[in-house]
Design a binder for this molecule. Structure first.
Ligand SMILES: Cc1cc2nc3c(=O)[nH]c(=O)nc-3n(C[C@H](O)[C@H](O)[C@H](O)COP(=O)(O)OP(=O)(O)OC[C@H]3O[C@@H](n4cnc5c(N)ncnc54)[C@H](O)[C@@H]3O)c2cc1C
Length: 473
């Protein structure tokens, strides 16, 4: 008789939980996924899917307004915000269809719809009155938006409420210039709102390459977004038509405020003390590289880990944590960091930035190879060559990190992320054959520009060329 009801209980049914449940099923384990709100989590309901659906609608409006450069004139472009939000909600519903509890159960995955908390290291009490035991437990509870304390008691939006809007928020004041803040700034501006962005950082996308931040800031300003960067003191007050926002003592506007100031892991309601799971001085889970907590049978995956809060990371974590919980040989979660911001220009990054590489290896061990996006034939055909590719590598070409800015940057990045993961060289990208003129063809051009630079010169070069001439006599 089994000692526990399940081999693995997964708390949370977002991307991390879903990938863990699928992995456990493939491994033949008795697993259960427990979800308190909506299966699919942030990504499906309040993150990637609705935000990218909104970005797509905004892009359509922008393309229509700027089609003149192709000799196409779409006059009188009109945005029906209610219909835009219907598109957003339909997309969410379509994606949810395949991950709903019914769909998962039909696929052989056990799902319980309830909140869970520990009563002892192997026992979970559920909000539906049930209790269950599991040999291994995975924390996949995601994260919640952080709202500045001064804004908390005033009306404001977060990603949890933004996509329920039915009328255009205008003016819109966005606090935070990270990926979600700038994506929403450009999208709402393109949909017709007056938009300001207020941020403590001196650049937009502060975690990205500085040159990328400059390009995105220029693009936002050119489209009419007002940026208030380097804000030291942001004050809020209730006003008749929304919230009055002042930056360093100067009022910058009254409007609907969206807090895009980051997210913090959902740990508080789990009863972690009862399970022996420890957090550090910053309230972050203490984890091994195999995603194991201080309780050896309890793992964590996704946003609850903190750090890289992205869906692809959550999915990867979910897979690694589930297999580590269920198998004796443990794998490390060691893929390079990677993220993308779906603005125009799009920004995508994998591995180390130039500054991080210099800190780690010293300036003498770090080189940068850069190519403007104007070298992309496909970008030329699209009449949009804003952007660049930048590879950070050792002098011998071994890749350390890559930033791509421009059309389809996130898709271009996938090749680079694969090379980084495999410990590849920048010149390797020139060995791929791609269907011309796809966007990724420019990746090969970046590799070639490094290879050309490293062709032997001096006596070795002369010897090589002499040999070629000799051989071809
Ligand atoms: C506006 C926005 C845009 C984004 N865009 C992108 C993007 O383009 N690309 C990208 O890669 N990432 C994006 N992200 C990030 C992405 O949404 C998250 O990284 C991802 O959803 C994390 O998945 P997760 O499974 O770790 O957590 P979640 O998706 O948050 O899932 C956690 C689940 O656990 C449940 N839960 C919590 N506590 C309990 C409990 N005690 N018992 C039972 N259930 C519980 C919650 O209800 C939730 O469903 C975006 C985020 C935001 C906010």
């Amino acid at each position: 008789v089994a000692r526990y009801t399940y081999d693995l209980a997964i708390i949370g049914g977002g991307t991390a939980g879903l990938l863990a449940a699928t992995t456990a099923k493939l491994l033949g384990a008795r697993a259960v996924m427990i979800e308190g709100e909506h299966v699919g989590g942030d990504c499906t309901w309040t993150g990637c899917v609705p935000s990218k659906s909104l970005v797509a609608a905004a892009k359509a409006a922008h393309h229509a307004r700027t089609a003149d450069r192709f000799g196409v004139h779409a006059d009188g472009v009109r945005v029906d915000f209610g219909a835009v939000m219907q598109h957003v909600r339909h997309t969410v519903a379509d994606i949810y269809h395949d991950e709903s509890p019914e769909a998962l159960r039909a696929d052989g995955i056990e799902v319980i719809e309830a909140f869970a908390r520990f009563t002892d290291p192997h026992t979970l009490a559920l909000s539906n009155g049930q209790t269950l035991t599991a040999k291994n437990i995975l924390l996949a509870t995601g994260a919640s938006p952080i709202v500045p304390a001064a804004l908390a008691d005033l009306p404001h939006l977060t990603n949890r409420t933004l996509f329920n809007l039915t009328t255009l928020p205008d003016p819109l004041i966005i606090i935070g210039a990270g990926p979600a803040g700038v994506e929403m700034a450009q999208a709402f501006r393109r949909l017709g709102a007056r938009v300001s962005v207020v941020a403590a950082s001196d650049q937009v996308l502060p975690r990205d390459d500085a040159e990328a931040g400059v390009l995105v800031a220029e693009s936002l300003r050119a489209e009419g977004v007002t940026l208030h960067l380097g804000a030291k003191d942001i004050a809020y007050a209730r006003a008749l038509n929304g919230v009055r926002v002042a930056v360093d003592g100067h009022e910058i506007g009254i409007g609907t405020v969206l807090a895009a100031t980051g997210r913090s892991p959902n740990l508080a309601k789990l009863g972690l003390e009862a399970a022996g799971v420890q957090v550090d001085a910053n309230g972050k889970l203490v984890l091994t590289p195999t995603l194991r907590t201080t309780a050896p049978h309890i793992y964590a995956a996704g946003d609850v880990v903190g750090g890289q809060m992205f869906t692809h990371t959550a999915g990867y974590h979910g897979y690694i944590a589930a297999r580590n919980a269920l198998l004796p040989v443990k794998a490390r979660a060691n893929r390079p960091a990677m993220w993308a911001t779906f603005t125009d220009p799009e920004v995508a990054h994998a591995g180390l930035t130039e500054a991080e590489a210099i800190t780690r290896f010293g300036a003498g061990q770090v080189q940068v190879t850069r190519l403007p996006m104007s070298r992309s034939d496909r970008a030329q055909t699209e009449a949009n060559t804003r952007g660049f590719l930048k590879a950070v590598h050792h002098p011998n070409g071994k890749l350390l990190g890559v930033t791509v800015v421009g059309l389809h940057a996130a898709d271009l990045l996938t090749e680079w992320a694969t090379l980084l993961w495999r410990g590849g060289n920048i010149g390797d990208s020139n060995k791929f054959v791609r269907p011309y003129p796809n966007f990724a063809t420019v990746n090969g051009s970046l590799g070639l520009s490094f290879t050309r630079r490293t062709l032997p010169t001096g006596a070795t070069g002369a010897l090589l060329r002499g040999l070629v001439r000799l051989f071809n006599r």
